[in-house]
Write a protein that binds this ligand. Structure first.
Ligand code: ADP
Ligand code: MG
Length: 264
């Protein structure tokens, strides 16, 4: 893994992702309707929004997995529409579990994924990063849901990417496993990597993100650091109906069951 500040770039100060007026239609549905934003190198950036608001479509266009109808996205200066293969060298994408060969052992799977990039991968540090070293000889098929999700994250790291895309990485995970993924994300940021994620958990966005973009109906309707969006809402006269409590049920759960992962 590369350490902070060592991640090479054509121009270290330019945004690593630039998205300009992306549009994508499926039949009658305008899934992405003129989306523009940029992401700075080393930033953790989230797309928030209700189901169907166009987050996954936007992210997959930037990953070079789907073609936009119009507009442009660049990653590290590479136009993803024109050169989707070159972009894949720079990015890590958390694959769906259906993308894995179910019967292969975890360590073998990581080596195989590395070979797709022409790389000889040591699976151990990747498995350790997601607390799956003890399951190195298990087949993917035998993992629990949370373990599969963590393995998919390890798999996204085989090419030592500058930018990591996580589409709802913590959906369905228990609070301990979610916090493990938060720690990983902040670790990548400390290494100088850029992370683009989507989430339905607002406390996750608040905890992790430098900036968030709120999407609705294929458009970005707000974009700022979480603290600024909260301050704006308060400045507009918003008040919570109930007194703010000093702890949440999640705090109770973590206090009772501890913060360490249960499944290794
Ligand atoms: P989100 O990730 O925010 O839930 P998506 O980008 O998945 O949103 O979807 C945006 C809209 O585009 C939704 O209405 C969805 O049903 C539609 N959509 C997404 N992918 C396809 C597809 N391959 N074919 C047809 N419609 C799609
Ligand atoms: Mg989605």
């Amino acid at each position: 893994m590369t350490t902070a500040g060592n991640r090479t770039a054509e121009d270290g100060n330019a945004p690593i992702i630039v998205v300009e007026d992306l549009r994508k239609r499926y039949g009658d549905i305008q899934a992405v309707d003129g989306v523009s934003f940029s992401v700075e190198r080393g930033e953790v950036f989230a797309l928030l929004g209700p189901n169907g608001s166009g987050k996954t479509t936007t992210v997959e266009i930037i990953e070079g997995m789907r073609a936009a109808d119009s507009g442009r996205a660049t990653v590290d200066g590479i136009d993803v529409g024109k050169n989707p293969k070159a972009v894949k060298q720079h990015i890590g994408v958390q694959l769906q579990s259906s993308a894995f060969f179910e019967h292969l052992r975890l360590a073998e799977l990581l080596k195989m994924l590395g070979s797709i990039y022409g790389l000889s991968v040591d699976p151990e540090p990747l498995l350790e990063a997601v607390d799956l070293a003890q399951r190195r000889s298990a087949s993917f098929r035998t993992l629990s849901g949370g373990q599969k999700q963590r393995f998919a994250i390890a798999a996204s790291l085989v090419n030592d990417p500058d930018v990591i895309f996580l589409d709802e990485p913590t959906t369905g995970l228990d609070p301990q496993a979610r916090r493990r993924i938060w720690d990983l994300t902040l670790g990548w940021k400390a290494e100088g990597r850029t992370v683009v994620l989507t989430t339905h958990y607002m406390e996750e966005a608040e905890e992790l993100c430098d900036r968030v973009a709120v999407m609705d109906g294929g458009r970005i309707i707000a974009m700022a650091p979480p603290g600024e969006l909260i301050d704006d809402l308060i400045a507009r006269g918003f008040e919570r109906e109930h007194e703010v409590r000093l702890a949440t049920l999640e705090d109770v759960f973590l206090d009772l069951t501890g913060r360490s992962l249960r499944e290794f």
